[in-house]
Structures are given as C-alpha cells and as structure tokens.
Write a protein that binds this ligand. Structure first.
Ligand code: SF4
Ligand code: SF4
Length: 428
C-alpha cells in the first residue's frame, strides 16, 4: 500500500528475501497444503522472475493464482528475519496484473460497484435479510442452485443473520451527549459493521459515551481496505480523500474504529499520498488521530465496569490488529477489567481465521481448511465467548461455529464491556 512501484523498485524489495524458509512455519496457506508454491518465499520468487523480465504480468494464469491466494495476513512479514514486506509486494503485484488484464469481475462488482457506495451495501444487506427470512433461502439451498454458482454459491453460508436496521439508521437513538464531556471523537462506522454487525457499533458508542466521549458519526465511506487488497490503489485513494475531508473538519480528538481492518488501513493512509502534496499533510494529521477502540479506551483510562460476567472468554487476534497495529494485548487488557470474566488463551489465537475480507468467498476450500484449525483451538479452550475485534473475522468465526456445530458466541470485546457497564445482555 504505497505509491506505485516500478519493476526495479519491486525487484529490490523481492531481493530482500534470502530464501531462509522461516515463513514456512507461519504461512496459513502453506500449512494447509504443504506446497512450496503456497508460501511467501515462493510468491516472492515468482514476482522476482517477472520483475527480472522472465515473465510478463498476467501472462501465466498459474502465477497470478499463487499471488491471489495469499491472505495478506502478515504472518510471514512478522516472522521474516529480512523484513520482507510480502503483503505490500502482493498488493503491488495484483495492481500490475490489473493493469494488464483488467480488474477481476468480482472486484469490479463487489468493491467498486458496492463497497465504494455505502448506500448500495445497505440496500444489498436489506435484500439479503429478506432472502434470509423468506422461504426462498431454504428452497435455494435445497435446489442445488448454489452448487451451480461454485465458489460464489458457498459464500452464501458465510452470511450472518442480518439485523433489521443498519447501524447508521440506529444512530439517532444511540447518540446522546454524555455528562462531563472530556473527549470529542469521531466514530468510524465501517461497511461491515454498518450492514451486518450494528451490535458492535452500538456497544462501542455506548462504551465511549459511558467514558465521557462526545461521539460524532459522520457519513463516511469504505476505508478502502478491500480495494487495496485487490490492488486497486486508485479507488482506495479516492475513498481515503473522501474520509479525510469528511472527518478532519470536525476537529475530533480521535477517530475511533471498532473494526481492526478499518483502523489498520486508515493508519496507513499517508502512504497513499506520497505523490500528492495536497493530501500528504492532511493524511498525516488524520493518521495521528486514528485509534482502534481498545487502544483508545486504554489510552483515556476507562471507568471500571460495576457489573460482572460469569463466563469464560478467549480472544481471536485479527491480523490487522495484532500484526498490523501491534495491539494484540489491548482487547485482553480491557477484558481483564470485567469482574467474573475468566480469560483463557486458545491454540493459534494469532493465526488468521481464513476470512481475510473476501478470501472466504473467493477461496472457500482453503478458507475452510484454515478455519477448521481455528475452530479446533476454540473448541479445546472451553470458552463460552470467542471475542474478536473485526467484523470480517466475526463473520468467518460465526460460520465456523455453525459449520462445526460448536456451542458458543462470537462477540466483539467491546460488547462484553458494554454488558458489564449496563448490566444488560448484549444486543442480538
Ligand atoms: S522468512 Fe522472509 S527472507 Fe525468509 S524465505 Fe520467507 S520471505 Fe524470504
Ligand atoms: S501474507 Fe499470510 S498467506 Fe500471504 S504469504 Fe504471508 S503468511 Fe502466507
């Protein structure tokens, strides 16, 4: 995620890889297939061959496939002794392939066509809710029609129960002026939270207001994360400009997000504007204000919740929070403030769940294999709650519970905090 690199600059990055193989131990795609072509080292080698002129971008379908099958989970980046930025290299490679072959149809429809327009995503969510609650859904499933759609048909199973109202429609009833305002914040309502997980946003707004924050929730657009992962830098830049302009004029103390992907992506906006002096300075001001909600609450020092929760929780680390922002400990510290709540660690808590934005829809078989490992860890933990700070992970984990017939609830850590403040069960 940066300015466009030429082949020489990309080659210099690829040449940082000394082929030590450390990434084999942590790369989820390699761990499920055991194939050398599915690990960071091999993906980097393919890019090096293109940058050296042995292949042309998009020429080899197989080569493109190995670059697209990367989750961008950063596990290799964190483990790599040579600091090879594999995720950034992958996004550049996808950008180059788009330039030659055109953007994939899925990206054009889902990212530019829907995610770039929050109204369209909200409309789609309403239609999907109608579908979920009608006879059509069971008819479609039984008819075998979904099998004809192949991978896209499998994506239907990932959908969580869609709430009646989007978060944005609920904002007037959620936002109030708290007594003794100490902080003014913008709450960034990300696309997935707005359409599918309004309960996360409602809990975040409640907890912020409980801790003396005046909350603004302006009409923002997608953070640009899906576009960047698909190598669509141009659209991501446009969305970033829009968010910067919408938010900065409100002069908040902080911009708070309860979606690890949104906060992680927005913390890197500056890199998008290295060649745009007008927005470079603005993006720096903007980035300095971005906080993941757990990070922000620890920073301001929250009131201890008076309620108790007699249950056990385990945490799944979203890649964008633990590796992207190095904040793995923040949600755990918040949960430790709740009396009665026992926290246990599950095996592979830090490993990607296989959701990775649209990965579950585009690579359902690999995604489900990666998820199975995560679900085994959760099952063995014995926890009632599986807490995660990202709606895309939540969607994947909820699917995992259904698919593996496991008991338990997927929650955002902030939902448990809100419950401990208000003594009411978290909203469904
Ligand atoms: S860990 Fe880094 S240097 Fe080692 S093979 Fe993987 S990408 Fe290359
Ligand atoms: S970003 Fe994740 S999936 Fe991609 S090569 Fe690195 S470890 Fe593997």
């Amino acid at each position: 995620m940066t300015k466009k690199l030429n082949d020489r600059e990309l080659l210099d990055l690829a040449l940082k890889c000394n082929r030590c193989g450390t990434c084999q131990d942590v790369c989820p795609t390699y761990l499920i297939t055991g194939r050398e072509t599915d690990v960071a080292r091999s993906r980097i080698r393919l890019i090096r061959m293109v940058a050296e002129g042995k292949y042309a971008w998009g020429e080899e379908a197989e080569l493109s496939e190995h670059l697209k099958s990367c989750l961008l989970c950063k596990a290799c980046v964190t483990a790599c002794p040579s600091n090879v930025p594999t995720d950034e290299i992958m996004m550049h490679a996808r950008n180059e392939i788009n330039n030659v072959k055109g953007m994939p149809l899925f990206n054009r429809i889902a990212y530019r066509g829907i995610f770039s327009h929050s109204g369209r995503l909200a409309l789609l969510a309403r239609l999907l809710r109608l579908y979920q609650r009608s006879f059509a859904s069971s008819l479609v499933r039984k008819s075998g029609f979904l099998n004809l759609l192949r991978n896209y048909g499998k994506a239907e199973a990932l959908l969580p129960p869609i709430p009646e109202k989007s978060l944005k429609a609920r904002l007037p009833e959620l936002i109030r002026t708290p007594p003794q305002v100490k902080h003014t914040v913008v709450y960034f309502a990300g696309c997935a939270i707005n359409a599918f997980y309004g309960r996360f946003g409602a809990a975040t707004i409640e907890v912020l207001q409980h801790n003396h924050c005046r909350v603004h929730a302006p009409a923002v657009v997608c953070c640009g994360g899906p576009h960047l992962s698909g190598g669509d830098f141009e659209e991501a830049r446009e969305l970033a400009r829009n968010n910067i302009d919408t938010i900065l004029h409100l002069q908040p103390d902080a911009v708070v997000s309860d979606c690890a992907t949104c906060s992680g992506i927005m913390k890197e906006y500056e890199k998008l504007f290295e060649n745009d002096p007008d927005y470079l300075e603005k993006s720096r001001t903007f980035v300095a204000k971005i906080r993941d909600v757990s990070e922000f609450l620890l920073e301001i020092g929250i009131e201890k919740p008076s309620g108790t929760i007699d249950a056990t929780v385990t945490v799944h680390d979203p890649c964008h929070l633990s590796r992207g922002q190095k904040l793995a400990d923040a949600p755990r510290q918040l949960l430790a403030k709740i009396d009665g709540l026992k926290r246990v660690e599950m095996e592979d808590a830090e490993m990607c769940c296989g959701g990775a934005g649209s990965y579950g829809a585009l690579h359902p078989d690999a995604s489900r294999q990666i998820l199975a490992r995560k679900m085994t860890g959760y099952d063995q933990s014995g926890a009632h709650y599986l807490a995660t700070s990202c709606p895309a992970c939540a969607m994947q984990l909820e699917f995992g519970l259904r698919h593996h017939s496991l008991e338990g609830s997927v929650v955002h850590p902030i939902e448990l905090l809100a419950k401990a403040y208000t003594h009411i069960p978290e909203a469904s």
